[in-house]
Design a protein around this ligand. Structure first.
Ligand SMILES: C[S@@+](CC[C@H](N)C(=O)[O-])C[C@H]1O[C@@H](n2cnc3c(N)ncnc32)[C@H](O)[C@@H]1O
Length: 313
């Protein structure tokens, strides 16, 4: 099992072209270390004066990264934590401004393929889904304790699931007899609730698992936090790259980048600007970069990826 980094060359090319990094110095933060593919490439392709700081909230990812710390010694630091806390994490590490920030959000293949993490309905395991299993409640608690209305809201808001009402009702009926504690028991229930003629190529449980994972890990909140604090920490000429894997994340990234790329928002008839809003960034990627067919053929998990990047003015 290995995680194949997505849009690797494209993302690293953009980060290395940031003003200070191109000059051979500065700090680049990889806030989603995962299997370390992007961090390794950043370290190998940048000058020795560039410091790479990686973050991951999954203790197993941090453990896996120890060998990279030994290999690159003082050029590489690996921090355990949630990127929602980017600013405090950087403060503790004694870092003020940064020259690059990479977010390759979502799950690594390690997380998806380890049955006991509970992220995938393809393998049997406990319904956990926490990226950091030492914090918060596992998905089983939500599935077995949340009321019908809350479950419906989770499935609708975070999974855009058309059968949210029926699936939530079935969960509440079923768990009275027997709690739903495993990935396969939940996937089986969802399968029963989605009519076969309505099924696409995706497994009918895909959206429900995505919704629970986003809820359990408070993913959209974390993303909004890191995008905003990242924008505050970037130096002039620094770059931020975000790779997202579904439309909820991508919409959020697009909205925050567009907002930061806007200057004054006063109506055109107002002679003097009263809003005080200044353009902070330039958008580098227009409608977003997608993987080439050759990358998708090699790594089907990359197919939904969309990369957006900005440069701080
Ligand atoms: C798609 S993987 C990154 C893969 C990595 N770029 C590579 O090439 O190996 C996403 C990683 O981000 C981590 N992650 C997701 N949300 C996070 C958050 N809020 N804070 C810190 N790490 C997070 C996950 O635990 C996972 O290891």
């Amino acid at each position: 099992m290995k995680h194949i980094p997505v849009l690797l060359k494209e993302s690293v090319d953009i980060l290395l072209a940031g003003r200070k990094v191109a000059g051979g110095e500065g700090v680049v933060v990889d806030a989603t270390f995962g299997g370390g593919g992007h961090s390794r490439s950043l370290l190998e392709r940048s000058a020795t004066g560039v410091l790479v700081v990686a973050i991951d909230r999954d203790p197993e990812a941090v453990l896996r990264g120890e060998s990279l710390v030994l290999e690159f010694t003082s050029r590489f630091r690996l921090l355990a934590g949630n990127f929602a806390d980017l600013s405090p994490l950087l403060d503790v590490a004694g870092i003020d401004k940064i020259d690059g920030l990479l977010l390759d959000i979502g799950l690594s293949s390690y997380q998806l393929e380890e049955g006991d993490r509970g992220f995938s309905f393809q393998s049997e395991g406990p319904l956990d889904m926490r990226m950091d299993p030492t914090r918060g409640e596992p998905a089983a608690t939500v599935v077995n304790q949340a009321d019908r209305k809350t479950l419906t809201g989770i499935f609708r808001d975070f999974g855009e699931e058309p059968y949210a009402v029926g699936i939530a009702r079935k969960i509440v009926e079923t768990r009275i007899q027997k709690p739903l504690l495993t990935t396969r028991s939940l996937a089986g229930l969802v399968e029963e609730m989605v009519p076969s003629y309505k099924r696409s190529r995706r497994h009918p449980a895909t959206r429900i698992f995505q919704a629970l994972r986003i809820f359990v890990n408070d993913e959209l909140y974390a993303l909004e936090q890191v995008l905003n604090s990242g924008l505050e920490r970037l130096e002039s000429g620094a770059r931020m790259v975000v790779i997202s894997y579904h439309s909820l994340e991508d919409r959020l990234v697009k909205r925050i980048f567009r907002q930061a790329a806007k200057g004054c928002v006063c109506p055109p008839r107002v002679p003097v600007c009263g809003c005080g809003q200044k353009q902070k960034v330039k958008i580098l990627t227009g409608r977003g970069l997608r993987p080439q067919n050759s990358e998708i053929a090699l790594n089907p998990r990359s197919r939904s990826a969309c990369l957006r990047a900005v440069e701080f003015l």
